[in-house]
Design a protein around this ligand. Structure first.
Ligand code: FRU
Length: 496
């Protein structure tokens, strides 16, 4: 790897991007033998969506990634759409001569013979060398359904109580569950979702995970994550919802009323995210990563040699609050090793018209703050700013809303829906706003109130828009604490 690479305009410096060309969904995330694998939907010939392959990268710290050769290429069964990977610890598949090994379960996409109708069937590939090379299973495909056209994105996990594999699969605008003893033969178990949640688009990339409530291992809930595709009439484009409920090994039951919709992220650019399989981490959370783009404009974003990035890897947990059990997301702590020397402010009163950060300039950084809103009607940060550009992250006291405004964030003319301001209800804790922000060359991620609310957005600011402002409106507020951590690039290690 050369040190001059990865310096193109807008190239993220601490988010995962493909070395070149197109990327969409994260796929096949699995942890095995000390390595985190990340596969991804990839078109190696172009910077727009095309015949899908699985790109591949490996990390030992979720922060620095080593790019690997393409793992899965289209074959006689079609292109390689999204899917998952698991460690087959007991060699239930028989691929590994009794030892543990990696199995990928994905969608083969082609067309019905002599027809324009897409055909989507589930297939297997396995690796005998810790994910370095992959063998297509000769019995592919392993699961078909001629009635349902959109039938894809298998996510598989081992259900310890029932001692069987479970697959959750997107089937038109609902999900199907299947079970298996050996990953090769699958039986239909149940369907979920016909009248539940949002149906504003096709359902894609489901995931089902069990998480403790408030960190207590004895009490758990099952979370069903479902991405929904773009709908031309919906400004939000593609986004991800989740359901909180129970799962008995074959059927998922939603705790909420059918019309309840819970969004995983309140920004525009977190799609098709799912969790890592087989992660053994002391925090007992589940590790999640999403595709940091939106099908509304994904093919049009103004990058050059590559297109798209992933969100930061995040730990998911559950918190019981006044409105029920909700997903909480926190960036993985491994990222802290990128921190450079911090600038810290404490107990500072801020008045309208003042800017505490007028001398600070940075383009890639992390910012943590706790602010007592006092008498202010609005408090916020203007980031990546210059005379012409700013991305605003603010809180409106009267409305009790947190917002991101990327109307003047930089390049936005590539699609009408890109320049926008969006907000979400957020209750303050003792009149205080807690924010944890990550700003990279072309994105902003906002974790509010310790990850209870998350907003993930792409932005395309001029590289020289590096100013910062902390503003208050109509009355003073107090910064209880503010820490700005400039971050070093994950590419700054010189390799000889
Ligand atoms: C989601 C998705 C998946 C599909 C893949 C194709 O973004 O549409 O449903 O498998 O992308 O690249």
């Amino acid at each position: 790897m050369s040190t001059v690479m990865y310096r193109e305009k807008y190239r993220p410096q601490f988010h995962f991007t493909p070395p070149a060309k197109w990327m969409n969904d994260p796929n096949g995330m699995v942890y095995f033998d000390g390595e985190y694998h990340l596969f991804y939907q990839h078109y190696p010939e172009g910077t727009t969506w095309g015949p899908m392959h699985w790109g591949h990268a490996i990390s030992t710290d979720l922060t620095h990634w080593e790019h690997r050769p393409i793992a899965l290429k289209p074959d006689q069964n079609g292109f390689i759409f999204s899917g998952s990977a698991v460690v087959d610890w007991e060699d239930t598949s028989g691929f590994f001569s009794g030892k543990p090994g990696l199995v990928a379960i994905f969608t083969h996409a082609d067309h019905y013979p002599d027809s324009d109708r897409p055909r989507q069937r589930q297939s297997l590939a396995y690796s005998l060398d810790k994910g370095r090379t992959w063998v297509m299973y000769e019995g592919n495909p392993v699961l078909c359904n001629e009635q349902i056209t959109d039938f894809r994105d298998p996510k598989v996990f081992w259900h310890a109580t029932k001692q069987q594999w479970v697959m959750v699969l997107a089937a038109c605008d609902r999900v199907h569950f299947y079970t298996s003893a050996n990953l090769k033969e699958w039986s239909f178990a149940s369907e979920f979702g016909a009248a539940e949640g949002s149906h504003a688009g096709v359902w894609e990339c489901p995931d089902l995970i069990e998480l403790p409530i408030n960190g207590h291992a004895e009490e758990t809930k099952w979370i069903l994550i479902v991405s929904i595709g773009d709908h031309p009439q919906m400004a939000e484009g593609s986004r991800t919802q989740y359901f909180v409920g129970s799962f008995d090994g074959s059927t998922f039951t939603n705790d909420a009323s059918p019309e309840t919709v819970l969004w995983l992220d309140h920004g525009r650019d977190n799609y098709a995210g799912v969790t890592w399989s087989d992660v053994d981490r002391s925090d007992k959370g589940k590790l999640f990563i999403g595709w940091m783009s939106n099908w509304k404009y994904a093919n049009l974003t103004p990058t050059s040699s590559w297109r798209s990035a992933m969100t930061l890897p995040r730990v998911l947990s559950l918190k019981k609050g006044p409105s029920g059990i909700r997903l909480v997301q926190k960036p993985v702590t491994d990222l802290q090793k990128l921190r450079l020397e911090a600038q810290v402010w404490q107990e500072v009163t801020v008045n309208p018209g003042q800017n505490l950060l007028s001398d600070v300039h940075s383009d890639i950084y992390e910012l943590e703050c706790e602010i007592d809103l006092g008498e202010a009607s609005e408090v916020g940060f203007k980031l990546r700013n210059s005379e012409r550009e700013e991305t605003v992250v603010g809180y409106n006291t009267a409305m009790q809303t947190l917002f991101v405004d990327r109307c003047n964030s930089g390049e936005s003319g590539f699609h009408d829906a890109f320049a926008c301001k969006h907000d979400v209800q957020l209750e303050l804790q003792n009149g205080r706003l807690k924010l944890h922000l990550f700003v990279d060359s072309s994105s902003i991620e906002v974790f509010a109130n310790d990850g209870e609310i998350v907003i993930t957005d792409q932005i395309f600011p001029d590289p020289f828009s590096t100013g910062m402002e902390l503003y208050v409106l109509d009355g003073k507020a107090k910064v209880i604490s503010l820490a700005l951590h400039p971050l070093k690039s994950t590419y700054s290690v010189v390799r000889v």
